[in-house]
Design a protein around this ligand. Structure first.
Ligand code: UGA
Length: 431
């Protein structure tokens, strides 16, 4: 059992804290948002993530997981301190690290004995070194400490499985003592551990997210060519994926990537490379293709409806991907806003994201189910591939729509089947 503090109870922090408690450690989770801590103490989750609530409640009940406001108290009571605070993008694409710096100073001020300070927030390379310098400057008692970079690879919607069964764990570290402490912490997961220096660990995180974003933009570029020559991108992806060197995952053509990670991380890596004197042209193209994908989709809606103004469009899916209520950088939200600006009347349905989306989308009618969104609409637009949508009663949808038009931004139905059913069906990269 190790004594752990997790500073920042957002997505990464809360999942990290719950999973480390599940492994038998005593974990204190901290946040400066008092309302959030009060709610968490009552067992109310600030986000939707399958299984998280149960895991938090179980570990709270077992007194392995606790929520408090004070970084000082959490630092005093713990040996390993994870920094999991937000690192939002600035307008130039660089990451705003002011929260990380503030937390590092607060930890330094509270240290009375050796601590391992772990950077888990997604940060640009060389942040570990900056955290170390910051702590040295505020460490008036000259207490020994080590900084570790331990990047996170959890996906929203599958965060608990990813955290409990990771493909690998990265420990960027400069001291044997800290390496041993971290190996002991993650030992029960029985997963390969890559120990390396801090900078290497930081670049591993940049490289993984950028590579995955590259796969998505690559297949979206292939989809655009498929449409021009009458090929089927789904078959292309399936065949490419069977080559073990390539793999099938992250080759789903669609409306493009969104979320709180890929867009921000790609920007940050391009920015970091630029500052270091390398123009990352490949990643700039990845970003451009992703941005253009929204226009590709919008054009398909225009092709289907001709004039968008005053048309009623049903939107299925608002979250940036299925199994989450997260709408940050959601392509669905961007398209909804583009349609509103073009004068469309929107009816929307999402299984989880409507409470968050309703604060941002004005004048939209939020519906109780997908069928209500389709009723009397000129077109149904699929933006997030929730399982619920894959199982829709399409005959019923056809009857409800005022025109049998479906624009599918996530390729969840096959064009042949839809055509046979009498739909005008537009998807991405399929003939
Ligand atoms: C991503 C990474 O997958 C995680 O490994 C990483 O830990 C996380 O970022 C992070 O840096 O914190 P996440 O943003 O939760 O996780 O979501 P993904 O499942 O990777 O999907 C990202 C976006 O790509 C979504 O908008 C999704 O719809 C899109 N996508 C994904 C595609 O358009 N096509 C695909 O084939 C796969």
């Amino acid at each position: 059992m190790q004594k752990v503090a997790v500073i920042g109870s957002g997505y990464v922090g809360l999942v990290t804290a719950a999973c480390l408690a599940e492994l038998g450690n005593r974990v204190i989770c901290v946040d400066n948002d008092k309302k959030k801590i009060v709610s968490l103490k009552k067992g109310i989750m600030p986000i939707y993530e399958p299984g998280l609530e149960e895991m938090v409640l179980r570990n709270k009940k077992a007194k392995r997981l606790n929520f408090i406001f004070s970084i000082k108290e959490a630092t005093e009571k713990s040996q390993i301190i994870f920094i999991c605070v937000g690192t939002p993008s600035r307008s130039d694409g660089s990451a705003d690290l002011s929260a990380v710096e503030k937390v590092a100073r607060a930890i330094a001020g509270a240290m009375k004995e050796y601590k391992v300070i772990v950077e888990k927030s997604t940060v640009p390379a060389e942040t570990g070194e900056k955290i170390k310098r910051t702590i040295e400057m505020s460490n008036s008692r000259k207490v020994a400490f080590d900084v570790v970079s331990n990047p996170e690879f959890i996906r929203e919607g599958q965060a608990l499985t990813d955290a409990m069964h990771p493909d690998r764990i990265i420990i960027g570290v400069a001291s044997k003592t800290a390496e041993e402490i971290m190996r002991k912490l993650y030992g029960p997961l029985k997963t390969p551990i890559i120990a390396c220096n801090i900078e290497t660990a930081e670049i591993i995180k940049h490289a993984c997210n950028s590579f995955l974003a590259t796969k998505i933009s690559f297949i979206n570029a292939i989809a655009s060519i498929c449409e021009r020559v009458g090929a089927d991108v789904e078959k292309v992806a399936e065949a490419m994926g069977l080559d073990k060197r390539i793999g099938r995952s992250f080759l789903n053509a669609g409306a493009g990537y969104g979320g709180s990670c890929f867009p921000k991380d790609v920007d940050a890596f391009i920015h970091l490379a630029h500052v270091k004197g390398y123009e990352f042209e490949l990643l700039k193209a990845v970003r451009r293709i992703n941005d253009e994908q929204k226009k590709v989709l919008f054009k398909k809606i225009e092709e289907a409806l001709w004039i968008i103004k005053d048309k009623t469009i049903g939107i299925l899916g608002l979250s940036f991907k299925p199994d989450t209520d997260d709408i940050r950088n959601s392509v669905a939200m961007d398209i909804a806003k583009m349609l509103i600006s073009a004068g469309a009347r929107l009816k929307a349905y999402d299984p989880k994201a409507m409470p968050k989306a309703s604060a941002e989308l004005k004048g939209v009618k939020f519906c109780n189910d997908p069928y209500e969104a389709a009723r009397k609409a000129n077109c149904l637009l699929i933006m997030t591939e929730w399982d619920e949508f894959k199982r829709l009663d399409l005959e019923k949808i056809k009857k409800l729509l005022s025109h049998p038009v479906i624009v599918d931004g996530r390729n969840i139905f096959g064009p042949a089947k839809m055509k046979n059913m009498g739909f005008i069906y537009k998807c991405i990269g399929r003939g």
